[in-house]
Design a protein around this ligand. Structure first.
Ligand SMILES: CC(C)(COP(=O)(O)OP(=O)(O)OC[C@H]1O[C@@H](n2cnc3c(N)ncnc32)[C@H](O)[C@@H]1OP(=O)(O)O)[C@@H](O)C(=O)NCCC(=O)NCCS
Length: 345
């Protein structure tokens, strides 16, 4: 078996092999999530997940058939001791030790890049969770996945919730936009992203530091990969500053789904039901523009009581739990990547 690095931007065959293995495992690995379309997967492997340096590797057997692969992300702005590993083994080739070999390879690459811990994000109860635990990784705080199903009663529910919340939000005005954030709001959108710093997160994980430029890059990358981005913000009329923001994406290949991104309220503006109001606003906006959307998916740290209360009011139902696992890779001898293939099963 061979493990070879490839460039996802130029090697479409290797990229497609990784996609097909991911897709084949989807019903078991992510039972209540819509599968990714190829374009979305390719975008994520080529340049999604931010601008961090990345390595893509494909493992093939003696006949040249793909058996597994991974994408290694090396954050370069914060979490500089960590590397994130997205590892997949073809479902037909699982439980034969290949995952362990690829993980060791990935850890070797991460260690060479100066990293001391490897992270991976998986659903509780999935093969990935069993694998991470067996590898000696530590599970972080659970992220509860919730789904809102749009039905005939949704518009009336949104109207009633809005009427109840609006009296608490006097002095704020909702704004919305489609696509990248207009230049005039960029700095403030970065500030609202910064408010996520006090959302619950795993030990040892540093929050992202947001700048206007980083917001622009992240949003542009989504648009470049065919996603539609909806934003609803609440502006504090007296200061003219943005106080709250929510963003949702949709993509053409999964027309019945919308995916919640950030929802945050700046600390000085909490208690005005702005989180609920911006979410009501964005659900209404997506429903009006994309009537095919039937489900909104969101994920929140289990301890994020305020956000969860908002989601429950809106009718979100709990799906699965996801969490990030961290594996300490400091001080392990680590296989020399060049020596690995000989040792593979
Ligand atoms: C997780 C994954 C990479 C494991 O690949 P694999 O080749 O089957 O892993 P290994 O054969 O090396 O398994 C090593 C050990 O992990 C544990 N493990 C692996 N799959 C498991 C499962 N389905 N349930 C429980 N434990 C499991 C076992 O302890 C296993 O040893 P054993 O088979 O001797 O009992 C594979 O299932 C996969 O691609 N999943 C989807 C993507 C994913 O979750 N990636 C992990 C990101 S951290």
């Amino acid at each position: 078996m061979q493990i070879e690095r490839f460039d996802p931007k130029t090697d479409a065959e290797s990229l497609r092999a990784c996609f097909e293995m991911t897709q084949a495992g989807w019903p078991v690995d992510h039972p209540d999530e819509p599968p990714w379309a190829y374009d979305s997967f390719a975008g994520k492997w080529e340049s999604g997940y931010g601008t961090a340096p990345r390595q893509a590797w494909l493992a093939t057997d003696e006949s040249g058939d793909p058996v597994g692969g991974y994408l290694l992300l090396l954050p370069d702005q914060e979490n500089l001791t960590a590397a994130d590993c997205r590892l997949v083994i073809s479902p037909a080739r699982r439980r034969a030790g290949l995952g362990g070999v690829l993980l060791a390879h990935c850890a070797g690459q991460a260690r060479q890049a100066g990293r001391t811990r490897l992270t991976g994000h998986v659903r509780d109860g999935s093969p990935g969770a069993g694998f991470a635990a067996a590898a000696g990784a530590r599970g972080g705080i659970p992220e509860v996945i919730r789904t809102l199903t749009i039905d005939a009663g949704t518009p009336a529910l949104l109207t009633a919730l809005r009427a109840e919340a609006e009296p608490f939000a006097v002095g704020y005005t909702l704004l919305s936009w489609l696509g990248v954030t207009p230049a005039e709001h960029l700095g403030q959108v970065a500030a609202v992203h910064g408010a996520m710093a006090d959302a619950p997160r795993d030990d040892g994980v540093e929050p992202r530091v947001w700048t206007a430029e980083r917001v622009r890059e992240a949003e542009q990358s989504m648009i470049d990969h065919g996603l539609t981005l909806y934003s609803v913000a609440a502006r504090h009329d007296a200061s003219g500053n943005l106080a709250a923001l929510t963003q949702v994406i949709t993509e053409a290949d999964t027309p019945d789904w919308a995916f919640q991104q950030i929802t945050a309220v700046l600390s000085g503006h909490r208690g005005h039901r702005l989180g609920l109001l911006v979410k009501i606003g964005v659900i209404g906006l997506v429903m009006a523009r994309e009537p095919a959307v039937r489900r909104f998916q969101t994920g929140n740290a289990g301890a994020n009581a305020h956000m969860i209360a908002i989601n429950e009011q809106l009718g979100y139902a709990i799906g699965g739990l996801n969490r990030t696992w961290q594996l300490d890779i400091a001080g392990q001898p680590g296989p020399s990547p060049a020596a690995l293939p000989a040792a593979l099963p």
